[in-house]
Design a protein around this ligand. Structure first.
Ligand code: ADE
Length: 248
């Protein structure tokens, strides 16, 4: 296989393809995109509409507000995207949705390690349930709040994956990622000036004692995680941890 056929690719099905690459065209992801470390394909769901009005949605069966994305149109859009993909059948098919399973760094890692997902961006009140079942779409949420569509959620997911792709991040940035992977929030960071509005940088960080710095950071990360994310703390992989009380 040549490099061109193995490149990690995100395919986005959306009613607003012009939103892409958007922020994914900038900074780390954007530079990696420009240098061919990954590929992005935004496809207009409306191109799969069959009637002369190019309609993609209709009123919900049983009544209620809003509009629902049609199963036939979305299925056709998915099939068309799959048909043109170079590595088709093993791609994860995701539907960005607030009722999905919460996205985790573990799932991001899996997605980054694969060929790259196809992401369906919902709009309106939702998507006809039958296409979710017929194409076995994995519903993914990026948090317990409701966006006006799946596009920003898809961008967040893609960004989280892209930074893990080989060659995208420098060594320094990879280290930070690893820390979160251990189930802890990041420790606090400081840089110049040495004193800001009367607040000095903690002495220990200027001590040059790498072991003490590492222990301090670890303790800070544990204290933050306990205070802010008891769910993460309880689910930590290391059961031999000791209770942390260094904060405050
Ligand atoms: N679409 C609307 N809200 C969403 C959310 N929280 N996560 C993923 N997709 C969404």
């Amino acid at each position: 296989m040549t490099a061109a056929t193995t490149i990690w690719r995100a395919t986005v099905l959306t009613l607003f393809p012009d939103m892409f690459p958007g922020p994914l065209g900038m900074s780390l992801a954007g530079r990696a995109l420009a240098s061919g470390l990954w590929a992005l394909e935004a496809r207009d769901i409306r191109d799969s509409a069959t009637d002369r009005h190019r309609s993609v949605d209709d009123t919900p069966a049983g009544g209620g507000p809003g509009m629902v994305l049609r199963a036939d149109v979305l299925a056709a859009a998915i099939d068309a995207a799959e048909g043109t993909s170079d590595r088709t059948r093993d791609r994860p098919l995701l539907l960005m949705s607030p009722r999905g399973r919460p996205l985790s760094q573990a799932r991001v890692k899996e997605l980054a390690a694969g060929p790259g997902p196809l992401l369906v961006c919902g709009r309106f009140e939702g998507v006809d349930q039958r296409v979710i079942e017929a194409r076995n779409l994995e519903e993914v949420s990026i948090g317990d709040y409701v966006l006006s569509g799946g596009e920003i959620a898809a961008m967040a997911l893609i960004d989280a994956c892209v930074r893990l792709l080989p060659g995208v991040m420098g060594k320094a940035e990879s280290g930070a990622e690893e820390s979160f992977s251990q189930g802890l929030l990041e420790y606090p960071q400081y840089t110049r000036p040495q004193t800001f509005q009367g607040m000095p940088i903690p002495d220990i960080l200027l001590s040059g004692d790498h072991a003490r710095v590492a222990a301090w950071r670890r303790a800070e990360a544990e204290a933050l995680t306990q205070a802010r994310r008891p769910d993460l703390w309880a689910a930590r992989p290391d059961p031999t941890r000791t209770k942390n009380t260094t904060k405050g």
